[in-house]
Design a protein around this ligand. Structure first.
Ligand SMILES: [Cu+2]
Length: 369
């Protein structure tokens, strides 16, 4: 239960409590909740003026930039994202699993915003999400080993946020630091290894920021390429939600700690690829880039009626193993799964930890003749 605002204002005694209250008060102000501009698989391209690895910052400093490890600004966050007044929910839409195209010039320019967005994840459920670019999961990023990723995060809301790319090797204290409302952090990196990598907000408590929606996938192709395939990105996420209030369900930090999710999803909507399957043609090779955003449970990836022709333990095309039935993708991890669709039919892809498959971690791959 949240205290009323006069009570809040009487308690603005420390920076920590100030951040708690500011975060909650802001959500009652129309417009602060964040407008949607999200697009699931279309990175923006207007960042400019970057220098080299993680050394640049923008915006008002005032000692508010802190590494996540030492940040004490974020301890209010277990209260969760509240429904924001005046901001209509984002209508239900299928999250495209298609891998977006590679950049043509070896550079990916991402100018992203941290926003609070109400997102309808099923016919009956709208969640108050914390997002990158108003989407859940955030937009999929696609590049090659050695490409240059120029990234800027601007925080539009009062809760501090940050960005941690698992595909980067960079000083996290500088690059992955939290930024306050109206501030930005910029850094540049060049992925060293191919693979399916997670990105996420790393602000404390990380469990809340990942669990409330601030995560996604960066897919790094090897320079030498992989066999031609139909390529899809699946990000698994667990949802831990409070009861509905004013038509919206907030995220529940205590439930996250307890680890019994309400839903488990691929790309943020339970069962969405049951309702609208992924379709390919017989004879095609299908490649699933699977990232497990967690925050806490494995993704035991399996395709019913199929076997993985090849999967890669790391840095594809190195370390291939063949004939795999199921592989557990760890929270914070990602794996690449190839299968040859030489038999027509409807093939469920599931989290074979079936409690979680039952909670929404399932979809259909339809192989058409
Ligand atoms: Cu965050």
């Amino acid at each position: 239960m949240l205290p009323d605002e006069p009570q809040l204002l009487s308690q603005l005694s420390t920076r920590r409590s100030f951040m708690a209250k500011a975060g909650m008060l802001s959500l009652a102000i129309p417009g602060v909740g964040g407008a949607l501009i999200g697009c699931a698989d279309k990175p923006e391209s207007d960042a400019a003026g970057r220098t080299e690895r993680g050394e640049q910052e923008r915006g008002d400093d005032e000692g508010m930039h802190q590494s996540n490890a030492s940040s004490r600004l974020d301890t209010a966050l277990p209260r969760g994202a509240r429904p924001s007044s005046g901001t209509p929910p984002v209508a239900f839409h299928r999250f495209s699993p298609e891998l977006p195209p590679l950049p043509t010039d070896g550079r990916v320019r991402l100018n992203w915003h941290a926003r609070e967005t109400q997102i309808r994840i099923s016919e009956t459920t709208t969640v108050a999400a914390w997002t990158f670019e108003g989407e859940l999961p955030g937009p999929a990023v696609h590049c090659r080993v050695g490409d240059t990723v120029e990234f800027t995060l601007t925080n539009d809301v009062d809760v501090p946020h940050s960005m941690d790319f698992h595909a980067a090797q960079i000083d996290p204290k500088t690059a992955f630091r939290s930024v306050m409302k109206g501030q930005s952090v910029s850094y540049t990196f060049r992925p060293r290894f191919a693979g399916a990598f997670m990105y996420h907000c790393g602000s404390a408590p990380v469990l809340m920021h990942i669990g409330a929606g601030m995560h996604g996938a960066i897919i790094v192709q090897p320079r030498e390429g992989l066999p031609p395939a139909r390529e899809f990105v699946l990000v698994q996420q667990e949802f831990y939600l409070k009861e509905e209030r004013a038509g919206v369900r907030e995220f529940d930090f205590q439930k996250m700690l307890n680890g019994l999710p309400d839903f488990v999803t691929f790309n943020g909507r339970p069962n969405q690829y049951v309702a609208a399957p992924i379709k390919v043609k017989v004879g095609e090779r299908v490649r699933f880039w699977v990232v497990n955003a967690g925050p806490s449970h494995p993704c035991n990836f399996h395709v019913v009626g199929e076997q993985f022709d090849t999967m890669y333990l790391g840095a594809p095309p190195g370390s291939p193993i063949r004939g795999v039935q199921t592989w557990a993708v760890a929270p914070g991890g990602g794996m690449v799964f190839d299968l040859l669709c030489d038999v027509p039919g409807e093939f469920p892809f599931v989290n074979h930890g079936f409690g979680h498959g039952q909670k929404g971690g399932i979809g259909f791959l339809v192989v058409e003749p």
